[in-house]
Structure formats: C-alpha cells, structure tokens
Design a protein around this ligand. Structure first.
Ligand code: RB5
Length: 146
C-alpha cells in the first residue's frame, strides 16, 4: 500500500499518478488534498508519512508545487527519509543508497510522463544496504538526538 499526499499545487499531478497506479494494479491510499482549493502541504505530508511510520503503508509519494515544501515537512516526521526528485537517476539512487521511503515531486516542475517514470523506478528499486546502511544509521542517530 502506497500513501499519497499533495497540496493544491500537486493535486493534478497526483490525479495522473493515481491513474497510473490504477493501471499497474498498485494499491494506494490518498490522504488528500481532494481539490484544487488552497491548503497547507505540511498537513498532507504528516498524514501520509505517519501511515508509513505506523507500518500501514510501505512508502509515500508526496507532491506540492515544487516538491520542496512537502519534502521539508515529510523529513520532520521521525523515520521518514524523503527525497525531492525531478530526474530518473536521483529517484533510483535515493532508493539504492538512501533507502528513501518518501518520493516528493513538484506538480509545477515535472510533467505526468516523467513523474510516472520516477514513481515506477522509486517503487521498484531495492535498497542496496552494505556500506550505505551505516550512513542511514547515522541519519537515524541525528534524528534521535532531538
Ligand atoms: C503553494 O502555492 C506552494 O507554495 C506549495 O505547493 C509548494 O510549492 C511549497 O513548497
């Protein structure tokens, strides 16, 4: 199960991603927003990311206008490693090397075709582990200092 969240700036792209996931048979839960009315991206980042950290969802896909604000909010949720991506290489390597569990994109940055490719590679790529695990552990240690 994939958690989805967006603000108004990401609403349209989220609709395209939901259609893509439907076609692929990937299950998701949409944590809002549900219209193009102006709203605040931290609310949707929090709801979708908490579904991930509670174990209800495996990963989150989050969209705002730039992808930046919603990634900042997502990275405040303990246990979330959110990556704002607008290219294929980054979406792939943030899984391989960072074990990212949230993909953030900008609805005003990437088109639906590229966004769906980023979603696919993000969902299909496994973490490499090995030397990268200790770096993830160091991120977690910083988080635990709070
Ligand atoms: C909303 O206008 C916009 O600021 C938001 O979607 C996002 O781009 C923030 O980072």
């Amino acid at each position: 199960m994939i958690a989805l969240g967006s603000d108004h700036g990401g609403f349209e792209l989220k609709q395209a991603i939901m259609k893509h996931l439907d076609e692929k048979g990937v299950e998701y839960k949409d944590f809002g927003t549900y219209s193009t009315d102006s709203c605040d991206y931290p609310d949707y980042a929090k709801a979708a990311c908490q579904a991930v950290t509670k174990g209800e969802c495996e990963k989150a896909i989050l969209i705002c206008g730039t992808g930046i604000g919603i990634s900042m909010a997502a990275n405040k949720v303990k246990g979330i490693r959110a990556a704002c991506c607008s290219d294929y290489f980054s979406a792939k390597y943030t899984r391989l090397h960072n074990d990212a569990n949230a993909l953030c994109m900008g609805g005003r940055v990437v088109g639906p075709g590229l966004a769906c490719e980023l979603v696919d590679v993000f969902l299909e790529t496994e973490f490499e582990g090995g030397r990268h695990q200790k770096r993830i552990d160091k991120i977690t240690a910083i988080e635990n200092e709070r």
